[in-house]
Ligand binder design. Structure first.
Ligand code: ZN
Length: 369
């Protein structure tokens, strides 16, 4: 089975909308044609040259990664640099490259939720840079007998989700009136005669990311020539979103036990830490990758420990001064689980998925004397 690349990206961006991404980031389609038909893709954490070579050798249609290939602006694309060589290779071999970076860190079910799940945290909430998603109320008038078809199509396209509930809609029966004008071809009634139709007013909540898809899906199955619908911006907003996560361990444990547990859960043999090993850990804040800029946010939110990657000496010193334990499980170990989540998502859309094994490409090696 194959689908148009953009159709797949529309679904992916409903999960991790591009407007979630940080201003300094560069998420999106880095190379390739949105109209290309795709059936086989490769998923990797980073679009390093090894992953690009593997994707080209495997003959996949697209490489899907978390880290971006083009990060700073480029003024030349040539074989002098690794990024230039990768871009040339991808384009010459007609392999698209899509990167879902900070938008996927922030998205529900993205990098940080996957990490929180691996650490078996409960009552998980976003940690920092908190904001509410913009939400819309869509109201549409549907002739009796079509209310279920329209409702289903709208919910399938992303409408009607409130917390962990899906399919949330409301409908009320009433009478719609309309006068078909010259040259119309009305589904009910006839040209020039006032029609009183039995209709349902169907209403549901739609997040910004799904609005155009929901309206398109609604119009595609609605039987009327001219569909009457209203879109209202909701002041109460949607779900809270933000970077990082904070949650609770089911059973508190010492920092020493938490280090063991984290190493086991993230398949990582080498952890760096800050704090007293006997300290009791109950509330855990985390941010996959390089998350040290949220150290104070983690402390403020009441965390006993902060799990992230890329801790430097002065970060540990700052954490010590904040009286906050830190566990650095490494950039790769705190992010690589997203590769399976991306692969699972793509398989659900009917794509054949290959996984590039990043563990073999861990650039950061540890030497024990
Ligand atoms: Zn990263």
């Amino acid at each position: 089975m194959s689908i148009r690349c953009q159709s797949f990206l529309t679904l992916l961006e409903q999960w991790a909308p591009l407007y979630y991404a940080e201003d300094w980031d560069n998420a999106g389609l880095h190379a390739g044609d949105r109209n290309k038909e795709i059936s086989r893709i490769m998923v990797a954490l980073s679009p390093g040259e090894a992953a690009v070579n593997a994707a080209v050798e495997a003959g996949v249609d697209m490489l899907l990664t978390h880290h971006p290939l083009i990060f700073r602006s480029m003024k030349q694309i040539n074989s002098d640099t690794a990024t230039g060589r990768s871009l040339l290779k991808l384009i010459r071999n007609d392999v698209n490259l899509y990167c879902a970076h900070t938008n996927l860190d922030i998205a529900r079910g993205g990098v940080n939720d996957v990490l929180a799940a691996a650490l078996q945290l409960e009552e998980v909430k976003p940690l920092a840079d908190l904001t509410h998603d913009t939400c819309y109320k869509v109201v549409v008038y549907v002739p009796a007998g079509y209310e279920e078809t329209v409702r289903e199509a709208m919910c399938k396209a992303g409408a009607g989700c409130i917390g962990n509930y899906s399919g949330c809609t409301f409908q009320a029966k009433g009478t719609g009136t309309f006068l078909p004008g010259d040259g119309t071809n009305p589904f009910l009634g006839e040209e020039g005669r006032m029609e009183y139709a039995e209709e349902y007013r169907l209403e549901t909540v739609v997040p910004q990311a799904a609005l155009s898809a929901v309206i398109k899906a609604m119009e595609a199955v609605h039987p009327y020539e001219e569909v009457a619908y209203d879109v209202f911006r909701m002041e109460n907003g949607g779900e809270e979103r933000g970077i990082g996560r904070i949650g609770k361990l089911q059973n508190p444990m010492s920092l020493a036990d938490f280090l063991d547990f984290t190493g086991l859960q993230l398949s990582c043999n080498h952890l760096t830490y800050q704090g007293d090993l006997t300290r009791q850990i109950k509330t855990v804040a985390l941010c996959g990758g390089s998350g040290l800029s949220y150290l104070s946010a983690a402390k403020k939110a009441g965390a006993d420990v902060y799990v992230t990657g890329d801790m430097r000496y002065h970060d540990a010193q700052a954490a010590n001064e904040l009286d906050l334990c830190v566990v650095d499980a490494g950039h790769l170990a705190t992010e690589r689980l997203i590769v399976d989540a991306l692969a699972g998502f793509a398989r659900k859309q009917g794509l054949e998925v290959l996984i590039f094994d990043e563990a073999e490409q861990d650039y950061l090696k540890h030497w024990s004397r």
